[in-house]
Design a protein around this ligand. Structure first.
Ligand SMILES: C[S@@+](CC[C@H](N)C(=O)[O-])C[C@H]1O[C@@H](n2cnc3c(N)ncnc32)[C@H](O)[C@@H]1O
Length: 276
């Protein structure tokens, strides 16, 4: 074990999630670990580190560490232009490929706003044009965030961030001080635990959202996550990264297409000639 318990935990977090804590971030990690100590009745971070070194720390404690390591910042229709462009992308894909079902994955979905924004977008689209059935999978490594996504209950503050009044009325109902997403839209999403650096989801997708998660990872980890996501794309499908993220320098063979400033990283159809 590293002599410094903070370094020890930073190493565990990096190994388990790919998230890097170093330099000034270590202070943030210290605060979060102190919070776990208080809640667990552990006297110090050193003592917490000793508990972790035992023969397999309790799963619960390990999950608490992963939960605290993650940044779950998200909002409805984050970077709204993404949601404007997916309609035309999927429409063209359906017209060209005649697919029986559209499968979309919100990988690292946090508390669910991203997956719900996709579901609302497609619901609105289907009012204008017939679409094949859509299935949406939302996964995250953070159990706490996932539980909130599954519950579908949002605070006033959360619904004020990114949701128009029209959408709030159409897709949510007031419950006490909170807003509950209507079953008709919530039930279109399946929720599950997934660690992007460890396990694959045994499905292939036409669209994968993996936004604002790779920024916290080392270059070699970004590469392996991108490779894994790429393997899970259907031919002609696309991966969307966050507004400040890119595959440039991380994956050589990918094709890309920019739609209204949003880059779609595409998997060419088998047999299709690569554009040079
Ligand atoms: C900043 S949020 C982004 C949420 C959403 N994609 C968005 O753009 O609004 C990052 C999410 O990535 C998740 N995450 C971090 N590392 C992960 C990993 N190795 N596997 C799966 N999810 C991870 C975190 O738990 C967190 O919920």
């Amino acid at each position: 074990m590293s002599p410094n318990p903070l370094d020890f935990f930073a190493n565990v977090i990096e190994r388990e999630t790919g998230i890097i804590y170093s330099g000034t971030n270590l202070y943030q990690l210290q605060m979060r670990l102190e919070d776990i100590c208080r809640k667990e009745g552990v006297k110090s971070i050193d003592e917490l580190a000793l508990r972790f070194q035992g023969p397999g720390p309790e799963l619960q404690l390990k999950q608490k560490l992963l939960d605290l390591a993650t940044n779950n910042e998200t909002l409805f229709f984050r970077d709204p232009i993404y949601f404007t462009t997916i309609g035309s992308f999927l429409q063209e894909l359906c017209d060209r490929e005649r697919i029986p079902e559209i499968r979309i994955w919100s990988a690292a979905s946090s508390t669910g706003q991203e997956a719900l924004s996709i579901a609302m977008t497609l619901d609105e689209l289907s009012e204008k044009k017939a679409l094949p059935p859509v299935s949406i999978l939302a996964t995250d490594i953070c159990e706490r965030a996932l539980a909130r996504a599954k519950a579908g209950l949002y605070t006033e503050f959360e619904v004020m961030r990114g949701l128009s009044e029209e959408r709030r009325k159409k897709y949510f109902t007031k419950e006490g001080d909170s807003w509950r997403v209507r079953h008709s839209i919530h039930s279109r999403i399946q929720y599950g635990y997934n660690n992007l650096i460890r396990s694959a989801v045994y499905q292939r997708f036409h669209l994968i959202f993996c936004r604002n998660v790779l920024i916290y990872q080392k270059v070699d980890m970004k590469r392996s996550v991108i490779e894994a996501l790429y393997r899970q794309l259907e031919p002609s499908g696309a991966i969307l990264l966050g507004a400040g993220e890119t595959m440039v320098g991380l994956k050589e063979t990918v094709e890309s297409e920019v739609r209204n400033t949003v880059t779609y990283y595409m998997k060419p159809r088998e047999g299709a000639k690569r554009a040079s």
